[in-house]
Design a protein around this ligand. Structure first.
Ligand SMILES: Cc1ncc(COP(=O)(O)O)c(C=O)c1O
Length: 385
């Protein structure tokens, strides 16, 4: 991937080229685009299945995309360069410590390809190897399991702890064989956290041949004093990678932009596995603008917190409990097999989360807008009656 440094002034000029073009050739305005675009689902469907942010992207991000319409013909490296610059500054790391991805899903895939299976730990071309396994919590976000399996890696699932639904770090450490340990924190689908002290201790003790990927997709929603990002630990740990995404609090799931932070040498091991210019120019423009809008995160957290409290109180009155949530979704103990319930919700045009086999009596529900929660609760009363 090329790395070209450009100044903010040059970027402003680039955007002006885009905006001027938009004036000269009447471009589709956002309002018109929204009016003419088909909606993702029919208006009657309440979608609470994918942990999206129902309030959408920042107004600044929408404007940045509009201004970039006429740059769609360009390769995106200058925009990528600017986003990397912002992310490096925000995270207090060097520019060479950031790798962008086509969503954080691409980062997960790159980690599986680089650090698990027969190509793990520099064994390229040496054929199948017993090394390079993937160790994950159970249940957790499954995408990386699939990539590791395709890569020929053994996948070891370690159940979350029974009481707090944290990652069982001692058991995960014992299961690791020089490949990759994946820690989703907060964890999808349980919305639970692994405590900062335990995680710090674990990272310090893990031998450097074993890579650790901490997925912080839901970082912005966590407000427990027992939670923290592990990005500050990267400077002391070449085996630590932290993944982040613009799909959640930044409301950009459909645009596809994520990134990871790690030491430079670790990034350089991952980069050859990646397609060049994998993040599109609209996503980059929107991400750069989002980082400039402090309201986006503050509002997203506040609205999510208020609606989550409303839902918990209503469910409590109905006699149902959830695992305490540090994210924008909750895992509800529905006290019966969830699969028939998922179907029953579907028939009522409410989309809820999929089955997670380790917790067959739990329903994962995204925190939507209050009206969506009311629609869910109305259906919930019917399907559990
Ligand atoms: C824990 C976790 N990581 C990564 C992702 C992938 O996010 P994206 O590829 O949209 O950045 C998700 C999506 O739901 C997730 O829940």
């Amino acid at each position: 991937m090329k790395s070209i440094s450009i100044s903010r002034r040059k970027f402003a000029q680039l955007l002006t080229v885009g905006a001027a073009g938009a004036v000269a050739r009447p471009a589709l305005t956002l309002a018109r685009a929204a009016a003419t675009a088909p909606s993702a689902t029919t208006p009657t469907v309440v979608r609470l299945s994918s942990n999206e942010n129902p309030y959408g992207p920042s107004v600044k991000a929408l404007k940045a995309m509009t201004d970039s319409f006429n740059l769609a013909w360009r390769y995106p490296e200058e925009h990528a360069d600017l986003l990397i610059e912002s992310l490096a500054k925000i995270n207090g790391v060097g520019r060479d410590q950031i790798l962008l991805g086509d969503g954080s899903s691409e980062i997960l895939k790159l980690c599986a390809e680089t650090f698990t299976g027969s190509t793990a730990n520099g064994q390229n071309g040496s054929g199948p190897s017993p090394r390079g396994n993937l160790v994950v919590g159970d249940p957790t976000f499954e995408a990386i399991l699939q990539h590791a399996a395709v890569n020929g890696a053994e996948v070891v699932k370690v159940p979350l702890t029974g009481n707090s639904f944290s990652h069982d770090l001692p058991k995960m450490a014992a299961a690791a064989r020089e490949g990759l340990i994946y820690i989703c924190n907060p964890n999808n689908p349980t919305a639970s956290i692994t405590s900062k002290n335990e995680l710090r201790d674990f990272i310090t003790k893990t031998p450097s041949q074993t890579m650790i990927l901490v997925d912080e997709a839901y970082f912005h929603y966590a407000d427990s004093s027992d939670y923290e990002s592990v990005i500050p630990l990267i400077k002391d740990h070449p085996n630590l990678i932290v993944a982040r995404t613009f799909s959640k609090v930044y409301g950009m799931a459909g645009l596809r932009c994520g990134y990871c932070v790690a030491q430079k040498e670790t990034i350089e091991r991952m980069r050859p596995h990646q397609s060049w210019d994998s993040v599109n120019i609209m996503a980059l423009a929107a991400a750069i603008a989002s980082l400039d809008d402090p309201e986006q995160v503050a509002n997203g957290r506040r609205l999510n917190g208020e609606t989550k409290a409303f839902l918990a109180s209503e469910l409590g009155e109905l006699g149902y409990k959830s695992i305490p949530s540090q994210a924008n979704f909750v895992m509800i103990d529905v006290k019966r097999p969830v699969v028939p319930l998922i179907q029953a919700f579907k028939q009522r045009n409410v989309q809820v989360g999929r089955l997670f086999p380790a917790l067959p009596n739990h329903l994962r529900l995204t925190i939507g807008k209050k009206a969506e929660m009311e629609a869910f609760l109305s259906a919930f009363r019917q399907v559990t009656a």
